[in-house]
Design a protein around this ligand. Structure first.
Ligand SMILES: [Zn+2]
Length: 379
């Protein structure tokens, strides 16, 4: 399925595994793009600085072959994406049909290899989970990708490809949970008519891509919960207890896939939600016992400090590592070396440089949340 796999790479895990790649280090969508900031490389560096990523826990993500990508994407699109990377430019016709070379999906030097590496990581994760286990793929989570075109910073849909890879090896009952600030429109498009795949998406209301309305249920397998700005940790706990956990448990999944986008935290510049990273960690910990297989991805996340901290904290929880109240100097150094890479964003608060876990951000559970949860619970 993927290039450059050897026996060691695909040996079933005896403990949680982290799939990463060096392709993310120094890769940028361009100076004016939110994805100019480092993310996966920060997680790798932080986890190593804390001693949480020994060699036996780390797997290098293979790059998926063009043929493997056609498990969901059209051959024409994959060819256009490869051509765009090779030539560093696209024609007007390719831009119009495949949405490459746009503001949100620009031409950049790794525009094929980087997403193909994310997809290869998700496909490898599926293989590693054959007999059970826990895998973290922070480079995965490109939930907006569509079969024939790029969409919302996503060139491919590695989530869909990963779930298809699970289903291909007989793991057909999957629960997909998405707590990114944006609706998982590409994943919903893929599995709208597949009742075996339960899809739960919690996302900010009134925000791009403007899909995922409360009443949108696909073939009964989709639960969409739009939430208002200011969404807090207490409200996320209500959503976890009132929607996510009961529906996932009732589905009795062979695998749980969590898209753990990091853009619903207060510090993120692309949403108006106000979670702390404790909310994401609580979802991770609560989902873990509900299935023999647990795959946790990245996703959105555009503040270089908050996204790196969040996914590192998630890995700590998956790997059973206690998070210190204050980071040691070598870990602080990783965070202090980060920068926005352009724009006029404010410098980070000191706590983003010295800690991994945020202070809790509790608040009232507003009627919009309780009313919508009641409607979904009645289905
Ligand atoms: Zn997002």
């Amino acid at each position: 399925m993927s290039e450059r796999q050897d026996d060691r790479q695909t040996t079933p895990p005896s403990g949680p595994l982290f799939i990463g790649s060096e392709i993310y280090r120094g890769s940028s969508y361009g100076v004016g793009h939110p994805l100019r900031v480092p993310r996966v490389s920060t997680v790798i560096d932080l986890a190593r600085a804390l001693g949480w990523l020994p060699a036996e826990r780390y797997r290098t993500s293979p790059r998926a072959t063009p043929l493997a990508l056609t498990a969901w994407h059209t051959p024409d699109y994959i060819a256009a994406l490869q051509m765009a990377e090779a030539e560093g430019a696209v024609s007007d016709a390719v831009r119009a049909r495949h949405h490459l070379g746009t503001l949100s999906n620009p031409v950049f030097p790794q525009m094929f290899r980087r997403p193909a590496t994310g997809a290869g990581g998700m496909m490898l994760a599926a293989q590693l989970l054959r007999d059970g286990g826990v895998v973290h793929v922070p480079g995965g989570g490109t939930h907006h990708g569509l079969p024939d075109r790029a969409n919302g910073f996503c060139y491919l849909n590695d989530v869909v490809l990963g779930i298809l890879a699970l289903r291909h090896i007989g793991i057909t009952r999957v629960a997909y949970v998405d707590i990114d600030a944006h609706h998982s429109d590409g994943v919903e498009h893929a599995f709208a008519d597949v009742p075996d795949v339960l899809m739960i998406s919690v996302h900010e209301q009134g925000r791009w891509p403007f899909t995922g309305a409360l009443g949108d249920r696909c073939s009964g397998n989709a639960f969409n919960l739009p939430v208002p700005k200011g969404f807090n940790d207490t409200e996320m706990r209500a959503v976890l207890d009132g929607l996510i956990l009961p529906r996932v448990a009732a589905h009795a999944p062979q695998a749980v896939v969590l898209q753990c986008g990091a853009d619903a935290v207060t510090e993120d510049p692309l949403s108006r939600l106000c979670l702390s990273n404790n909310a994401h960690r609580a979802v991770v910990r609560a989902l873990s016992p509900l299935s023999p297989r647990f795959l946790v991805t990245g996703g959105g996340g555009y503040n270089p400090w908050s996204v790196g901290r969040l996914w590192t904290a998630v890995w700590a929880d998956l790997a059973g590592q206690p998070i210190p109240d204050r980071l040691p100097p070598q870990a602080q150094a990783v965070l202090r070396a980060l920068h926005w890479g352009g724009g006029a964003r404010p410098p980070p608060d000191e706590t983003l440089l010295t800690t991994l876990a945020d202070p809790p951000r509790e608040g009232p559970v507003r009627p919009e949340i309780t009313d919508r949860l009641a409607l979904l619970a009645a289905r």
